[in-house]
Design a protein around this ligand. Structure first.
Ligand code: PLP
Length: 434
């Protein structure tokens, strides 16, 4: 045996000697199940019953697992052209996707990268270089408490600083912060919360600011924290007056998750830059895009090489990813009611569940339903009550993954009514056992 034999307790966790899973402390993790197939909202395993994937496999699976339309599009593309360098060549799938997304977002330029974090990195780099190219360099970036923008250094810098970013704290660039005035059903302190944030924003903006970055309508990893349209509209007005750019990180909220194709449309915003990933390919393949307005793009054109965006990834505009994204858009266009009407499917079920004494701050936006667990002890990500609930709910056949004491459902659009009801029933029974 080699000199790096793992301690046996780690092998006992079932991950084996070679895997290093994300966001997981392997020494205390539960044994993973081995997934072998997926169909619609269901995940199948080599052992034991199937589970309803009530969180879309980390928020990516949009139309359901192994959707045949997307699977076929990828397969056809793989047989025609699997990959091509995108600096010297273009290809039809990329052109088609860029055309469609620019029509849908109103932002004419599309820059490809590989995932949500890189889509945010690119937005930040474009925003900062835009000011540099205009020879009015601005350095302040404003972001929100509770934000999550990804795990690379730049996206980590704009996200909430916490346990996850602590080892790198002195390597992250400075960011100015504002509270996120999140709200829920029957919240009655909202006007004051929002007003306080907006006046803090006005103060911060007295320093020349490159960009304000936010997750429109719903902060995801920060706890499914939802804000009102009106707040975002007032914020945008103030940002515009200061001449700063507005970056919408729609990595989670895009592609129907919030009840419109994009959350910025529901909130009636006009961002300058938009980051997209997760649902972009229907959840089939990793791909990110950053949409930019023509006004921004123009500052990157011209003879001077220093005006170029010197950024790119090996797999830029991967044709398989583009084919999946185009097929996913076809599906969204064909049945928009699947995302537009999802909120009305959640509502009566969440209303009923919110009568449970352990359910606090119920909230709902499009396909995303969430509440806080009424817990004792430490609040937040490290609270164990969510983990206990997760175990009960999985036993009932539903996969959830609470964010500490915050429980949410974010199912694929294809979930059936009876599957969705079963999700709520399982949570209710789990809460009763605690
Ligand atoms: C998940 C997420 C990211 C990061 O995307 P990855 O593909 O995991 O790198 C960025 N922003 C938001 C809002 C997200 O939810």
């Amino acid at each position: 045996m080699s000199s790096f034999d793992p301690p046996s307790n780690i092998e006992l966790q079932g991950w084996g000697p070679n895997l290093w899973p994300p966001f997981t402390q392997i020494a205390t993790a539960t044994t993973p199940k081995r997934a072998v197939a997926g169909n619609g909202a269901l995940l199948m395993f080599d052992d034991g019953p199937p589970l309803i994937d009530a969180i879309s496999s980390w928020w990516v699976t949009l139309h359901g697992h192994s959707n045949p339309v997307i699977a076929k599009a990828i397969s056809l593309q793989a047989e025609a052209l699997e990959q091509v360098i995108f600096a010297d060549f273009t290809h039809p799938q990329a052109e088609n996707l860029a055309h469609r997304l620019s029509q849908k977002t109103g932002l004419s330029r599309l820059f490809f990268s590989d995932n949500g974090s890189t889509a945010v990195e690119v937005a930040l780099k474009i925003a900062c270089q835009w000011w540099y190219n205009k020879e009015e360099p601005r350095h302040q970036i404003i972001a929100f408490n509770g934000a999550y923008h990804g795990d690379t250094f730049g996206s980590m810098a704009v996200g909430e600083r916490n346990l996850f970013s602590a080892p790198f704290e002195n390597m992250l660039f400075p960011v100015s912060r504002l509270p996120w005035p999140s709200t829920w059903w029957e919240d009655n302190n909202l006007d004051k919360k929002e007003k306080d944030v907006l006046s803090q924003l006005e103060k911060l903006l007295t320093v020349p600011t490159a960009a304000v970055i936010l997750e429109p309508l719903v902060q995801g990893a920060g706890g499914m924290a939802m804000v009102r349209n009106e707040f975002l509209q007032r914020l945008e007005k103030i940002v515009r007056q200061a001449g700063a750019l507005l970056i919408a990180d729609e990595v989670l909220t895009g592609f129907g998750r919030c009840g419109k194709l994009f959350a910025f449309q529901r909130a009636k915003l006009k961002p300058d830059l938009i980051s997209l990933s997760k649902g972009l390919t229907g959840g089939f393949l990793p791909m990110g895009v950053t949409m930019a307005s023509e006004n921004i793009f123009q500052a990157f054109t011209g003879e001077d090489p220093k005006h170029t965006l010197w950024h790119g990834h090996s797999f830029t505009a991967n044709p398989l990813g583009c084919a999946a994204a185009n097929a996913s858009l076809d599906l969204l266009e064909k049945n928009p009611e699947l995302f537009e009407d999802f909120e009305s499917r959640h509502r009566p079920l969440l209303q009923e569940l919110s009568k449970h004494p352990k359910v606090k701050r119920p909230r709902l936006k499009g396909t995303i339903a969430a509440f806080d667990l009424d817990v004792e002890g430490t609040k937040g990500y490290l609270n164990d009550t969510g983990k206990a609930l997760k175990r009960h709910v999985i036993e009932a056949g539903v996969f959830i993954r609470p964010l500490g004491d915050i429980v949410y459902l974010l199912p694929p659009l294809c979930i059936t009514d009876s599957q969705l009801e079963h999700c709520y029933d399982s949570i209710r029974k789990g809460l009763d056992m605690m």
